[in-house]
Design a protein around this ligand. Structure first.
Ligand SMILES: [Zn+2]
Ligand SMILES: [Zn+2]
Length: 275
């Protein structure tokens, strides 16, 4: 079976090592394809994204490695692009000005449309719960709804190939403030899936939450994957590696889960893999 990973972060953004170490580890682990997806530069002070000044070096380095390792592994130049209405640059701009092979669209920062305040769903748990209080007046349903509305708007208006960790909003919740079985939650999932299906976007089964111990379920949850199969939405497995050792973390377990659910293949932006 062809092995791959299209969601990775290096020293250029919030990952741990130089790009070349990811290439070497991928070859050693028997991966056939590796995509680099640095967090896009953002016009906001933050700890995770690629600084704008380093963007040309990132592109040049990936190009160099592609050529250097072309007989051993297929390499792809990508970005994980944040969608924050009114703040982030349109995906089109990044795709047009740079020879990107693909992009992942993700929501990490939820913007409350009226106040313009941010809810950071991907940082420490304290910040997540504090954000629900301060940005949404303690209304978890409003907070989660805003996350999914922002995701739907991203899918409908931006040219993304893969949607990153599509239900990451559940990461710190752990069924405390809401349950994934509540009908309003399932309806939000279905609205997002409908947009994804219409636009032909690929959903990644992202294993990171599980191997870092932050979640017991992958992103998205099995019930969402069952709906993807039902709606005919393409899926793939990515590990969102921030270190070369994580390049295949829970990849095989993710594939097994997809098989158990009933998927017969995985779809990447460049090829399909029978499973
Ligand atoms: Zn992400
Ligand atoms: Zn990522």
């Amino acid at each position: 079976m062809t092995r791959y990973n299209f969601h990775t972060h290096s020293q250029f953004d919030d990952g741990k090592e130089p790009l070349e170490n990811y290439v070497a580890a991928s070859i050693e682990k028997g991966l056939d394809a590796l995509g680099f997806s640095a967090h896009v530069p953002l016009p906001l002070d933050n700890q995770w994204s690629l600084p704008a000044k380093d963007f040309p070096d990132y592109v040049a380095e990936v190009k160099k490695l592609k050529e250097q390792y072309k007989d051993q592994i297929k390499l792809f130049l990508g970005l994980e692009i944040d969608y924050i209405p009114g703040v982030s640059e349109d995906f089109e701009g990044w795709m047009k000005n740079t020879p990107l092979d693909y992009c992942i669209g993700s929501v990490h920062l939820v913007r409350e449309p009226e106040s313009g305040k941010f809810w950071f769903i991907d940082g420490p748990a304290e910040g997540y719960f504090k954000g629900v209080e301060e940005v949404f007046g303690g209304d978890i349903r409003k907070a989660v709804t805003t996350f999914y509305q922002q995701s739907i708007q991203m899918v409908k208006t931006q040219p993304l190939h893969i949607i990153g960790h599509m239900d990451k909003v559940k990461m710190h919740n752990k069924e405390k403030l809401f349950r994934q079985s509540e009908s309003w939650y399932v309806e939000l999932i279905d609205s997002l899936l409908k947009a994804i299906k219409e636009k032909g976007v690929i959903i990644e089964l992202n294993t990171r939450g599980v191997y870092t111990g932050k979640t017991t379920e992958y992103f998205p949850s099995p019930f969402v994957l069952e709906r993807c199969l039902h709606f005919g939405i393409p899926v793939m497995v990515n590990t969102d590696a921030h270190h070369p050792s994580q390049l295949d973390s829970h990849f095989d377990e993710g594939v097994t889960l997809l098989k158990d659910i009933g998927f017969k293949k995985m779809t990447t932006p460049f090829f399909e893999v029978e499973i």
